[in-house]
Ligand binder design. Structure first.
Ligand code: FO1
Length: 312
């Protein structure tokens, strides 16, 4: 069994490839919930839904988040009434948030809600929330501390990031499903998806015991989300720059030093391999950009093979 740590659109794409290759009992998909927030009285879990919709083949191929073939009647009506319109909730997507909120109000933990939603949408590989307790990523910008979605969507990642905090992480418990997967005798290794290390992976690692567990587990294979000095999607490169970190696969390797055994980097970054390997991890060179379904399956196949080859 392989544990995948995922968040955001890059994470969802690799997870889809992994789900194509591995049976549900062979893959545990742990997803960041640091981006979750309450909005309009609704429980919104963007990264979980991105993985869920991707696996259900419902994801919007242009944005990566939300559903394809959306309609926006609710949003237009809300805007007309003067309600907050900065966070776009499509009509179909809205049903997910309403149903999640309804089940959680009845006392259902987020893990159970996601299992139910996955079943309803015909998704066999259930996305596992990293925790059932609230963890809220917050960003200190040159202007103020902002909640994650205020920074990411409302402010369009414009303010410079000075510091990132995962509020609640230190007292949140990893979900039982994640804890059991990390502890399972059947565990073969971990795949860290090409998700934003600071925004998607760090909140998972910040949960009590998770970083220690990942440090003990071998092999840990990570896919660099930085290719040719740029992020494939999202603000990873901008944030690394603002935090004074080198924006390259080598910067990613330094971030994961001591945690990752094998870093998968793109062919365009092959010149960085010696410097990455000097940090004590193996650099594996392949094509990492996932444009098509076939790309997702091929990269996932590479990651599974690297895990199964064992320690570097
Ligand atoms: N991202 C945006 O850039 N603008 C939006 O209006 C927006 C709405 C939205 C609604 C539901 C959902 O699940 C995700 C949504 N996202 C939106 C994406 C989301 O904020 C980010 O992709 C993640 O939090 C970062 O991984």
């Amino acid at each position: 069994m392989i544990v995948a740590l995922a968040g955001g659109v890059g994470g969802a794409k690799l997870v889809q490839g992994l789900a194509h290759i591995l049976e549900p009992q062979e893959l545990s998909i742990a997803v960041n919930t640091g981006d979750d927030f309450e909005h309009l009285g609704l429980q919104i879990s963007p990264d979980l839904d991105t993985v869920l919709y991707t696996l259900a083949r419902l994801a919007n191929p242009v944005t990566g988040w939300g559903q394809a073939n959306e309609t926006w009647s609710f949003m237009q009506a809300l805007e007309k009434l003067g309600g907050p319109a900065w966070f776009k909730l499509g009509d179909r997507d809205l049903a997910t948030h309403v149903e999640r909120t309804r089940q959680m109000a009845l006392g259902e933990p987020l893990t159970d809600v996601m299992r139910d939603l996955a079943e309803r949408l015909g998704v066999r590989h259930v996305p596992i929330p990293m925790s059932n307790d609230p963890v809220r990523t917050r960003v200190r910008t040159d202007a103020a501390w902002l909640d994650f979605q205020e920074y990411f969507v409302r402010e369009q990642c414009r303010p410079a990031v000075l510091e990132i905090d995962y509020a609640g992480a230190e007292s949140a418990e990893p979900s039982m499903e994640l804890a059991r997967a990390l502890d399972s005798p059947a565990l073969e290794g971990i795949v860290i998806c090409p998700s934003n290390p600071y925004l998607s992976v760090a909140p998972i690692l910040a949960l009590p015991g998770v970083r220690d567990a990942v440090e003990r587990i071998h092999p840990v294979v990570a896919v660099s989300p930085i290719v040719g000095g740029e992020a494939i999607k999202g603000p990873a490169a901008k944030i690394m720059l603002e935090l004074g970190v080198e924006v390259s696969a080598l910067g990613i390797a330094r971030y994961y030093e001591g945690l990752v055994d094998i870093l998968v980097i793109d062919r365009v970054d092959s010149a960085l391999a010696p410097a990455i390997e000097a940090l004590g991890m193996r650099a594996e060179i392949t094509d990492t950009i996932m444009r098509s379904n076939a790309d997702r399956i091929r990269l996932a196949g590479d990651c599974v093979a690297l895990v199964r080859q064992g320690k570097p």
